[in-house]
Design a protein around this ligand. Structure first.
Ligand code: C5P
Length: 332
């Protein structure tokens, strides 16, 4: 690495959570993955990642703080750095592989929760490490590397609301809501059970599915958001349709039978539609603003203290009041 390529300071990125407003499963592909049609949006809840050059001759390292995210050697941040190094044209570093990286990650997004935290960390790591190495990799190649790391990773490179298709590799940015609208608020409730995505897809493949109504709702929402015609109120008016537009819900309920009574108790307490994000177990409710979501969070804490929620898991749920981001990311 030449001095021109060496960055002195760390590269810092916020890695936002995502919410699936819709999630339609269209069928099983030949590669074993499922073909999806999903409207995904980034949220203000985010992990924080920082990458710096490691001492020459060292190895990649990751130091994590915040929520427990399982074995560090399985962390997608390290995987993203490895994939980026393998994919690099040799140009910037002559015959040498790209140099080692010291990563720090503060985990704030609940883990294995349907919020895409690990995938978002991976996308942020890919983007940040290429900047650290001053490596010029075109958008399409970045997207291909992202798809190799995991199905949800390409979405986060789009840096805004998007329609996600294929197994997750086809990402079409959506205009989102009319300009000038107040960002919708979201109340996220994550019961203390982890639902591994492969287990939920396996339950789906084994026949735990209901209705299949998600496809129409998903196509309709994507069409409406493509050209920015909707306002925040319009989105909220569709909440009941969106809350039932997740084809993985029946499968998630089969893997964790406590989810159905939990969801019903949440609907009773919040008195509004409640949906499942991704493969769960995080549930969501939409609000006209972040302030309204915060008020609902207070009410939910009170209901929790009064024992009015049917809880799976042996710990209280994580509760977050957040807003939907129209855009995120970029060099810090
Ligand atoms: O790509 P990722 O590693 O996140 O996927 C985890 C698992 O979820 C896959 O191994 C597969 O079982 C399932 N999956 C799927 N179809 C998708 C995405 C994930 O079947 N589109």
């Amino acid at each position: 690495m030449t001095d021109a390529h060496r960055r002195l300071g760390p590269v810092v990125r916020l890695a936002p959570a995502k919410l699936n407003l819709t999630l339609a499963v269209l069928g099983r592909r030949e590669d074993g993955f499922h073909a999806l049609h999903s409207v995904m949006v980034p949220l203000s809840l985010a992990d924080q990642l920082s990458l710096a050059p490691a001492p020459p001759g060292g190895v990649d390292s990751l130091h994590r703080t915040g929520l427990d995210a399982g074995p560090i050697e399985h962390d997608l941040v390290l995987r993203a750095i490895r994939h980026a190094r393998e994919a690099l044209p040799r140009g910037p570093f002559g015959a040498d592989p790209a140099p080692p990286v010291a990563a720090r990650l503060d985990k704030r997004i609940p883990v294995a929760a349907g919020l895409g935290g690990g995938s978002s960390d991976a996308a942020a790591a890919l983007d940040a490490v290429l900047e650290l190495w001053a490596a010029d990799v075109e958008t399409e190649r970045r997207a291909a590397i992202a798809a190799e790391i995991g199905s949800d990773v390409p979405f986060f490179l789009a840096r805004g609301p998007a329609l996600v298709e294929g197994r997750g590799e086809r990402v079409t940015p959506l205009a989102w809501l009319r300009p000038g609208e107040e960002a919708p608020g979201v109340l996220l409730v994550t019961p203390a059970v982890r639902l591994p995505t492969p287990a939920v897809f396996a339950a789906y493949a084994a026949g735990h599915r209901a209705g299949g109504a998600a496809r129409l709702a998903s196509e309709h929402l994507a069409a409406e958001l493509r050209d920015g015609r909707l306002g925040t109120r319009d989105l909220l008016a569709r909440a009941a349709v969106l809350a039932s537009a997740n084809d993985l819900a029946a499968a998630a309920d089969a893997v964790e039978p406590g989810l159905l009574p939990f969801r019903r108790s949440l609907v009773r307490v919040l008195a509004r539609p409640v949906g499942l994000s991704g493969s769960g177990p995080t549930h969501w409710a939409l609000y006209p603003s972040l302030d309204a979501a915060r008020a609902a969070s207070d009410a939910l804490h009170a209901a929790l203290a009064a024992g009015r929620l049917a809880l799976p898991g042996d710990a209280p749920p994580a509760i977050h009041a957040v807003s939907i981001l129209a855009a995120h990311g970029g060099p810090s």
